[in-house]
Design a protein around this ligand. Structure first.
Ligand code: GDP
Length: 444
């Protein structure tokens, strides 16, 4: 995930100044040097870093900070606000038309993830923004782009309009607009052609489509893994097409994040979405302040809560929580917990969203945790309903059967039962405590 080492380094840089009652010009300068180095190492554009540090210095060395009660924390806040500023200050939502069809052109170089992003965005529009989107296959250059879009469209239940590779992109766009009007679509997303490099033919084709459809948004996909090159690509496209937003893809594969941090302040084009993986759901609406929180290791509780609301079955989770507290927690509840956790994504990513836990996220062995979770799930699924409700009946022969059925060992089954018993006891004690009772210390 992007910003990992930047986040670590910034947290360390701040450690030396937060909590200090008095801030000297020397330790402030040391901290600023550290911040500058961290940004450069994260591959942030040199000019951007220079201006950034100058602005912080000016604010941080002001009377107000030096004379404040906790100057260290004030400086962290200043850095935070400046990062938000770099990332774009305010959220940049899709420019939906108040009336009529909103048209969005997706543009970008080949392989940056344009087709994938088109489907991901259509999915967000349909599921979260109650729009009725139509995807249009105008990429007649990359072999298989049309088929890919059709497959993606089918998987999310969004119609894909195509006239095949024989029809010119502009003619497809014209026919698609007509089709959208006739069939009551309120949003049209055009997946246009890319090239390996920017060339005149591509730009002309895009300009022709633009001039015909008069798009409300032109979203450019840029690949985070190309680092600083994002800035060059974005500048060229912007110069010729006046791009209105960026979709930064593959942020999951870019550990530095410098391109994302530089592109807005150099091109003035806001980031609207970020791609975080190959799956359809791996797309986030971009919120500068939340991203700044994450970069500074302050967690991102807002996104965590949103994810929980979207992905978890809150009612079922509440029922489980009640059973946990009253001590009637069964293996079925434990199974449900595993399944809910899986839906929330990797443990490391979850921890990054919790304030203060960021620094531990990297210490988790994801593969090992995932493996254990899979084993535990298989074990419970191999049990009879009676065994899941009442694990006390698990004797040697039952354990053997379950181990065989789940492809695990008796030791694995014992470990799971042990974890279950510990959890059940602990939860019961917490339940008692919240009712005002005392925990039974002997059982701890
Ligand atoms: P296009 O040529 O720009 O239309 O690119 P595609 O949409 O075909 O994407 C190129 C490759 O990048 C595919 O293998 C995608 O699965 C992958 N991809 C797209 N977005 C992301 C992302 O956010 N993260 C990761 N890891 N892969 C992505």
């Amino acid at each position: 995930m992007a910003f990992e080492s930047l986040s670590d380094r910034l947290t360390k840089a701040f450690k030396n100044i937060t909590g200090k009652g008095k801030l000297t010009e020397k330790n402030m300068n040391d901290m600023l040097r550290e911040v500058r180095m961290s940004l450069l190492e994260a591959d942030v554009n040199y000019g951007v870093v220079k201006d950034f540090i100058a602005r912080i210095k000016e604010k941080a060395l002001g009377e107000e900070v030096l004379g404040s009660l906790n100057p260290g924390q004030m400086v962290v806040k200043i850095v935070h606000d400046e990062i938000v500023d770099l990332l774009g200050s305010e959220d940049a939502p899709i420019n939906y038309k108040a009336n009529g069809i909103t048209t969005i052109m997706m543009v970008g170089l080949q392989g940056t993830g344009k087709t994938t992003a088109s489907a991901k965005i259509a999915n967000v529009m349909q599921k979260k923004q109650t729009r009725k989107p139509l995807l249009v296959a105008c990429d007649v250059v990359r072999p298989a782009a049309i088929e890919q879009l059709k497959t993606l469209g089918k998987s999310i239940g969004v119609e894909v309009f195509s006239l095949g590779i024989e029809t010119k992109a502009l003619d497809t766009a014209k026919a698609a607009m007509e089709y959208a009007r006739e069939h009551g679509y309120d949003t049209v997303l055009l997946d246009t052609a890319g090239r390996l490099h920017i060339d005149d033919a591509l730009m002309q084709e895009l300009a022709d489509i633009k001039s015909f459809v008069q798009p409300d948004d032109i979203l450019l996909t840029v690949d985070a893994m190309t680092g600083q090159d994002i800035v060059n690509v974005a500048s060229s496209f912007h110069e010729q097409l006046q791009v209105s937003g960026l979709v930064v893809t593959k942020l999951d594969g870019d550990s530095r994040g410098g391109g994302v941090l530089s592109v807005r302040s150099i091109t003035g084009v806001p980031v609207k979405f970020v791609g975080l993986g190959e799956k359809i759901e791996d797309l986030d609406v971009f919120h500068p302040s939340r991203m700044a929180d994450r970069i500074l290791g302050m967690g991102d509780i807002m996104s965590l809560v949103e994810q929980a609301q979207e992905k978890m079955d809150i009612e079922a989770a509440n029922k489980t929580a009640n059973r946990m507290m009253s001590g009637t927690f069964t293996l079925n509840d434990m199974l449900m917990q595993f399944q809910q956790m899986k839906k929330m994504g990797s443990l490391g990513n979850l921890m990054k969203m919790i304030p203060g836990m960021n620094q531990f996220a990297g210490q988790i062995d994801e593969a090992k945790a995932d493996d254990k979770m899979k084993k535990n799930e298989a074990i419970i699924l191999s049990m009879t309903p009676e065994e899941r409700e009442n694990p006390d009946i698990m004797r040697a022969s039952r354990k053997n059967r379950v181990a065989n059925g789940s492809g695990t060992t008796v030791a694995d089954v014992n470990r799971l039962l042990n974890d279950y018993n510990k959890m059940k006891t602990m939860m019961k004690q917490m339940g008692n405590l919240s009712k005002g009772g005392m925990p039974a210390m002997g059982n701890m």
